[in-house]
Design a protein around this ligand. Structure first.
Ligand SMILES: *[C@@H]1O[C@H](CO)[C@@H](O)[C@H](O)[C@H]1NC(C)=O
Ligand SMILES: *[C@@H]1O[C@H](CO)[C@@H](O)[C@H](O)[C@H]1NC(C)=O
Ligand SMILES: *[C@@H]1O[C@H](CO)[C@@H](O)[C@H](O)[C@H]1NC(C)=O
Ligand SMILES: *[C@@H]1O[C@H](CO)[C@@H](O)[C@H](O)[C@H]1NC(C)=O
Length: 430
């Protein structure tokens, strides 16, 4: 009797690891939880420390509790340490009703935008993150990259994003993991965005396509509206998209304070049928000035210590930044889309996309080019297809993607702001 109680207790405590949120799947152009309810992200970018913010349970508990009052249901984490223990943090967020989206790349395994390659060392690093996180019910999605293509002349790296999606999805399925959505988070580059999002979902083979498309967009800077912000254009390209599309970063901070009025557009009648929500950049206040909370006053940038880095306290009691925090809370409170029920949704109603043709000086990938094999390298505007374990006994001929003129780079200002935001957190302590 006594021993069976102990067994029961042990089983319970294992089950308590984020068992209280229904898992989420990408079906057609939407996310649904396993109860059949459409899911819309109200997300926060969360990276307190460069290597992994999901290892400090007590800190996660404090942050998750405050995020819950804000109305958040998702976080985005850019880097994690697959060797660390994340049980406490993932449970803390699950207890607060919050899912996690996690980037699989590490500081050493990024797919690079120039001299691009995709090989087994990278795949192993990515799948190690998946192997660590797949067990959490509140893992909502995994990214194969963030802004790999950061300039208008880097579109030749796009097939390598598909290669990473193909191989990580194959790993997921071979391991028998649930259908964890695997996608990409793109920089908002005006000249490439419509082609890139179509390319990553085109060609008719779901095994090679992303399961979702995240857009990092800082186009809506106050004062703005649906038309003047540029969101109306984003909507034209997102309408009836083949897979879920959402803002994987948003929240322009100039001039500030931030009003977050774009949330009303994203969750309102103009966009809600096409978009699955938004992730606000970012939780912690630091040099880039995007924070929704701070852990203490600014400190000397050269100061070091357990809780300090880059001139900011990076741990402790989170204090909302006023009025930004309240402004976002108000926007999210007013936005309660119900969407469509799984039982009423026909996934086949989502569109398919054409693979875009290359254009001189613009999008450089010509149509449905062969997705690079594991081990392939981009050299100039061509890439090698090498024989690999996954290529079986086909001794692949090297093939060439179409050679095209290279365009000048002309990113919009908002995208540059976004890049600065993200780069900051990555470079502070390097
Ligand atoms: C992948 O490429 C990197 C950089 O060239 C190299 O260090 C690594 O050894 C490669 N891995 C494999 C398995 O070829
Ligand atoms: C789809 O892609 C996978 C992975 O590259 C490949 O194994 C499969 O043969 C493709 N299916 C078709 C119908 O081309
Ligand atoms: C994207 O939207 C713009 C309007 O903003 C439109 O001109 C363009 O044709 C669209 N591109 C694609 C590939 O749908
Ligand atoms: C791409 O554009 C950048 C400027 O934005 C330039 O420095 C770089 O050399 C270009 N790359 C190529 C391959 O032309």
């Amino acid at each position: 009797m006594r021993s069976s109680i102990l067994v029961g207790a042990a089983a319970l405590s294992t089950a308590a690891v984020s068992a209280n949120l229904p898992t989420i799947e990408a079906i057609g152009s939407k996310f649904f939880d396993k109860n059949g309810k459409q899911f819309f992200m109200k997300g926060i970018a969360y990276q307190l420390t460069p290597d992994d913010p999901l290892v400090d349970t007590e800190q996660c508990q404090q942050d998750a509790a405050l995020m819950q009052t804000l109305g958040a249901n998702t976080i985005r984490v850019y880097h994690v340490d697959p060797d660390a223990d994340h049980d406490g943090c993932m449970a803390a967020f699950a207890d607060a009703g919050i899912y996690a989206t996690v980037d699989m790349d590490t500081f050493h395994s990024y797919v690079l935008p120039e001299n691009t390659f995709w090989n087994k060392t990278q795949l192993d690093a990515y799948t190690k993150v998946m192997d660590t996180f797949h067990k959490y019910d509140n893992l909502l999605g995994l990214y194969v990259g963030n802004e790999i293509i950061a300039r208008a002349n880097q579109s030749l790296a796009a097939p390598f994003i598909k290669a990473a999606a193909r191989d990580t999805k194959a790993h997921r399925d071979a391991k028998g993991y649930r259908n964890i959505p695997i996608g990409y988070s793109a920089a908002d580059i005006a000249e490439l965005r419509p082609m890139l999002q179509d390319y990553l979902t085109c060609g008719g083979n779901a095994s090679e396509n992303v399961d979702f498309f995240g857009l990092n967009s800082y186009e809506w800077c106050d004062p703005a509206n649906y038309q003047t912000s540029g969101y109306a254009n984003l909507q034209v390209n997102a309408s009836n998209f083949p897979v879920p599309i959402f803002f994987s970063e948003t929240g322009c901070n100039v001039p500030g304070p931030r009003l977050f009025e774009d949330q009303a557009a994203i969750f309102g009648p103009d966009m809600v049928k096409s978009w699955s929500g938004a992730i606000i950049y970012e939780w912690i206040q630091e040099e880039n000035n995007y924070g929704l909370i701070s852990y203490g006053p600014q400190v000397d940038p050269t100061a070091t210590g357990a809780n300090i880095g880059g001139g900011y306290t990076r741990k402790g009691k989170p204090t909302p930044k006023s009025p930004d925090f309240e402004n976002l809370k108000t926007q999210w409170k007013a936005a309660n889309p119900t969407g469509v029920a799984r039982s009423d949704y026909d996934a086949k109603s989502a569109s398919t996309r054409e693979c875009p043709k290359s254009t001189s000086g613009g999008w450089l990938v010509d149509g449905n080019v062969a997705v690079p094999t594991l081990g392939a390298t981009l050299t100039g505007s061509t890439y090698s297809q090498v024989p690999s374990a996954t290529a079986g006994d086909h001794a692949a001929e090297p093939t060439e993607s179409k050679k095209s003129a290279v365009s000048g780079s002309n990113e919009i200002a908002g995208m540059a702001a976004g890049l600065v935001g993200v780069m900051m957190i990555f470079t502070f302590w390097l």
